[in-house]
Design a protein around this ligand. Structure first.
Ligand SMILES: CC(C)(COP(=O)(O)OP(=O)(O)OC[C@H]1O[C@@H](n2cnc3c(N)ncnc32)[C@H](O)[C@@H]1OP(=O)(O)O)[C@@H](O)C(=O)NCCC(=O)NCCS
Length: 156
């Protein structure tokens, strides 16, 4: 990683969205589409997309979430495969939770595939616990979703 500290900030422009979509394509069997993101970004009162930037990458990862009153639901979170295993996923998650805390959010939820060990370790390391199961929630391949939740605290 570069000497520069990674920065987590809201998606700023179409170039950022292209970076998000490239990471979607590289990360998920059913990547979320440009149309979905454009529709989401058109309602900023509910939907937020944050990116993590490094000295080497304008968009090294991203997180998309919804806010409803004091709760957030993280819909998508991924790091570019080229930059995984360097702490960026943790920095991204912490940055997003910190921004959320600053917006009055007190609780976060998300779904994750039961077999997604890297994501489960990441989330559990940041205080998330399993609060439910959605059987057969995912397609291609069919798999249960674990529902995770955490209290959102002020920045550490
Ligand atoms: C999950 C993901 C975001 C982690 O990003 P990352 O930048 O590699 O994560 P970090 O380097 O910050 O590691 C954070 C923690 O995740 C866990 N982790 C990361 N990669 C792992 C792996 N290959 N195997 C097991 N645990 C792993 C570790 O607990 C790690 O903490 P530690 O190094 O202190 O033990 C990344 O793997 C990813 O984009 N996956 C595809 C998309 C996805 O599944 N998103 C989650 C569902 S919404």
């Amino acid at each position: 990683m570069s000497a520069h500290r990674p920065v987590v900030e809201p998606l700023a422009d179409p170039t950022d969205l292209n970076g998000v979509l490239a990471i979607e394509e590289a990360s998920f069997h059913n990547p979320t589409t440009r149309e979905w993101y454009e529709a989401e970004l058109a309602r900023p009162e509910v939907c937020s997309v944050y990116v993590i930037r490094t000295g080497e990458a304008r968009v090294a990862g991203f997180a998309a979430f919804w806010q409803v009153q004091d709760e957030m639901h993280i819909n998508n979170l991924a790091v570019d495969p080229r930059w995984r295993g360097r702490g960026l996923g943790r920095a991204l998650l912490r940055g997003v939770l910190s921004a959320a805390a600053g917006r009055g959010i007190r609780r976060a939820t998300l779904e994750v595939r039961r077999s997604n060990t890297p994501a489960l370790r990441l989330y559990e390391g940041e205080g998330f616990t399993v609060v439910g199961v959605r059987p057969g929630y995912y397609a291609q391949p069919v798999e249960d979703a674990l529902v995770l939740a955490a209290a959102v605290e002020s920045p550490r």
